[in-house]
Write a protein that binds this ligand. Structure first.
Ligand code: NDP
Length: 312
């Protein structure tokens, strides 16, 4: 039976930062990379808002740097996905890839969240070439250009307003005849001179030679007065929600109705002693790499304290 003191699940900024801190604290952490090694940043291009990189850095490079830093301080990084857990008694049992069992005194859940996509083949085709699920990350590249945001919730409205501060024109593509967002966000969007809301519209495809140049949209799809046409855009932003990767932990760890792990106040403590959550899996609000890194640091410090308080 393998038993470790700290097991970190996930290899985004939260997981690696937790590994750097617990590694430096001589806890010999073991980190499982999960389904998408490096996390969401590996699907963005340039990262310009992470402090310390005045020239910017690519998402994959930044994650490789963090990985090397974690290795330097003694973290053991393994490929593998945690497929089930038993948090009913400590040390906690975790199952890797459906077969290997590992026990740990503390667990840091840093499994992130996955942006939802419409499921169009063109979203994959133009990934990193005009399709994005993060306006704060990629909006800057669309200064004075035309973009579309898909979604009618608070995130979509927020992203449309953010992009309207940079772009020439923003289309908000909403499938229903109304916005789901809060009243104040609706008002801001509907009264913004640069934002045009396309109610009752669905996107059915994207086109362009070397990147997105436009979208095929359908108005009132399936109705007798259905209308199909194209809009010219340079960027296509998805804002139809995120899914926190917390399903495996739900039998033991409290989550909100969407699945975000609930932590105690501003700490990364979950309802299970010695189990901590960091990064996007517990952050429905900010979802930024720098915030994830910060919460990974907090989780590591909490794990270290827990081990020492329990003489482990
Ligand atoms: P929501 O689930 O609130 O909204 C998702 C939106 O995407 C809805 O308009 C939905 O349409 C649309 N959508 C979903 N799937 C599709 C699809 N396949 N095709 C087209 N449209 C689709 O997610 P958000 O990320 O906006 O918000 C999550 C939570 O975070 C909410 O509680 C929100 O209030 C909160 N939040 C708060 C903020 C703030 O207060 N400043 C900022 C950001 C988020 P439909 O309405 O038809 O279902």
């Amino acid at each position: 039976m393998e038993k470790v003191r700290c097991l970190i699940i996930g290899s985004g900024p939260a997981g690696y930062t937790a590994a750097i801190y617990t590694g430096r604290a001589n806890i010999s952490p073991v980190l499982y990379e999960g389904i998408q090694p490096g996390g969401q940043l590996t699907i963005t291009t340039e990262v310009e808002n992470f402090p310390g990189y005045p020239e910017g850095v690519t998402g994959p490079q930044m994650m490789e740097d963090m990985r090397q830093q974690a290795l330097k301080f003694g973290a053991e990084i393994r490929s593998g996905v945690i497929t089930s857990v038993d948090f009913s008694k400590a040390p906690y049992k975790l199952v890797v890839d459906g077969e290997k069992e590992i026990y740990s005194d503390t667990v840091i859940i840093a499994t992130g969240a996955s942006a939802k996509y419409l499921g169009l083949d063109d979203e994959k085709k133009y990934s990193g070439m005009g399709v994005s699920a993060c306006a704060t990350c990629d909006g800057f590249f669309y200064r004075n250009k035309t973009v579309a945001v898909v979604g009618g919730g608070d995130t979509a409205c927020e992203e449309a307003i953010y992009l309207a501060g940079l772009a020439k024109q923003v289309y908000l593509i909403v499938r229903k005849p109304y916005l789901r967002a809060s009243k104040i966000m609706q008002d801001r969007v509907l009264n913004h001179e640069k934002i045009k809301v396309l109610f009752e519209h669905n996107t059915v495809g994207l086109f362009g030679e070397n990147g997105v140049e436009g979208a095929h949209v359908v108005k009132r799809k399936g109705e007798p007065d259905e209308e199909r046409y194209d809009i010219a855009i340079d960027g296509f932003f998805l804002a139809i929600g995120h899914k926190p990767n917390s399903d495996v932990f739900k039998p033991y760890v409290n989550t909100d109705e969407v699945g975000y792990i609930i932590t105690e106040g501003a700490t990364p403590r979950t309802n299970v002693p010695g189990v901590f959550a960091a990064g996007d899996v517990a952050d429905p609000t900010y979802r930024q790499a720098v915030c994830a890194a910060g919460s990974g640091c907090k989780a590591a410090i909490e794990a270290e304290r827990y081990l020492s308080e329990h003489g482990l």
